[in-house]
Design a protein around this ligand. Structure first.
Ligand SMILES: [Zn+2]
Length: 110
């Protein structure tokens, strides 16, 4: 049982690294796109490949490292509904995800 948990932590560590690589890949792709717009370089499809590959890697690593039941929640797309108001700060509202129950506090947006 103990080793099983350790294995999951090791896997999460690996995919957290992958998340960083994926983010860097997207960032590089975006920067190359901006540079390409200046027509300094002619990189054809390289920026798009970097961005798409980065996104795919990012979603895969999010799906593996997050443990929410719903797939959309795992990639951070929660469906928040307002459930309460903060007891100490009146401007803060408490939101809860309909699917996984994750809570967050936020200022009400108008
Ligand atoms: Zn959720």
């Amino acid at each position: 049982m103990k080793t099983g948990k350790k294995r999951i932590q090791g896997r999460d560590f690996l995919f957290n690294k992958l998340k960083t690589i994926a983010s860097l890949s997207i960032l590089t792709g975006v920067l190359l796109l901006i540079a390409n717009a200046d027509e300094t370089f002619n990189l054809y499809k390289v920026p798009y490949i970097l961005i798409i590959a980065g996104f795919v890697l990012l979603i895969i690593s999010l799906l593996v490292t997050n443990h929410e039941k719903h797939l959309l929640c795992r990639i951070g797309l929660h469906r928040f509904v307002q459930v309460d108001r903060d007891s100490e700060v009146p401007a803060l509202f408490v939101y809860q995800c309909e699917r996984c129950g994750k809570e967050k506090k936020a200022m009400k947006s108008f």
